[in-house]
Design a protein around this ligand. Structure first.
Ligand code: PBG
Length: 323
């Protein structure tokens, strides 16, 4: 017997390394994210400055973009809406003819097999940019639940395959489950942003979705990045209320949380590689400081290795082309 461990034996060739590889990114593990804008300009395709390669798209441009992604093997996508008008009650979110509802109908009509999962939140639709109803500077929990539920139902009726509440109000998974069940959508899954931190990594997204809060921050509803035991309580609450998939967000700075949720819950776990994670990789790559493709694959592999079954990533289209 050899006196020491020869780990290099299994690294000698690409074939061997592939044979013993423990973690793999598959096309079905990746969900792409799109920003669809309510506009009459069919050619509208506005680059998002802080997210090179990402755009706000008109319905027509979204159709083109999704068509190309489907050709590369896209299986699922999430939608964020940029409404033409915002108000205090986020009316655009639960308008049956809202921009996301129209996008869902368009996509399901063209590609019935594509899984469409709209993000359910109010911050893109409120004039103040908060994820709920605001009174005297406070984001009210319970009055917001009804609007979130109506939004989810409206998306379900437009043909969504799954809904993903990202607002972090308490009790929203139950409110959404109840309205979906009552509305004949008992089979529609909910992927909850169960463990969503109040993160500076969302900065570029707020430019992309035009959803930055006009006052204050989201610290009274999103979680403190310092907490991991609290993550277990949030995940347990959403599982109890009827979530089908639990999401952790952001991803790379929270791999420990992904692993803890994975180990504690026998449910599918999703992780969201957020805008800031995307932008940092893009910026470094554009400077020639890192190899973009290699860093993207290494990051996604780490997120899966930590325990995520599914990854929401702005790199999805790029990765599908290389798989
Ligand atoms: C809506 C929402 C946000 C993100 C996803 N859904 C923004 C926020 O909470 O401020 C962030 C996604 C990203 O950074 O890519 N509440």
């Amino acid at each position: 017997m050899s006196e020491f461990h020869r780990g290099r034996r299994l690294r000698r060739s690409a074939t061997l390394r592939e044979m013993v590889r423990e973690t793999e990114i598959r096309p079905q593990d990746l969900m792409m994210l799109y920003f669809v804008a309510e506009t009459d300009d069919k050619d509208f395709r506005k680059p998002i400055g802080s997210m090179p390669g990402q755009f706000q798209l008109s319905l027509k441009q979204l159709e083109k973009q999704v068509g190309e992604a489907v050709a590369s093997g896209l299986r699922s996508l999430m939608l964020f809406g940029i409404p033409a008008h915002k108000d205090e009650k986020a009316s655009g979110a639960y308008d049956d003819n809202g921009i996301v509802q129209r996008a869902i109908r368009m996509i399901k009509d063209k590609w019935p097999q594509l899984l469409v999962c709209p993000d359910v939140c109010l911050c893109e639709y409120t004039s103040h940019g908060h994820c709920g109803i605001v009174k005297d500077g406070d984001v009210l929990n319970d009055p917001t639940l009804d609007l979130l539920a109506r939004t989810a139902l409206s998306y379900a009726e437009a043909g969504a395959d799954m809904v993903a509440p990202s607002d972090m109000m308490d009790g929203r998974v139950q409110a959404i489950r109840d309205i979906l069940d009552a509305g004949g959508h008992a089979n529609l899954p909910i992927m909850s942003y169960a463990v969503k931190y109040s993160s500076a990594f969302y900065g570029p997204f707020r430019e992309a979705a035009e959803s930055a809060p006009k006052f204050g921050d989201r610290k009274t509803y999103q979680m403190d990045p310092a907490n991991s035991r609290e993550a277990m309580r949030e995940a347990a609450a959403d599982a109890f209320e009827g979530a089908d998939i639990l999401m952790v967000k952001p991803a790379l700075a929270y791999l420990d949380i992904i692993r803890q949720v994975r180990d504690s819950f026998d449910m599918p776990i999703a992780a969201y590689q957020v805008s800031g994670e995307y932008s940092m990789i893009k910026a470094a790559a554009q400077n020639g400081w890192i190899d973009e493709q290699a860093v993207v694959m290494e990051s996604l592999t780490s997120i899966k290795r930590a325990g995520a079954d599914l990854i929401l990533s702005y790199f999805t289209e790029d990765v599908l082309k290389t798989l």
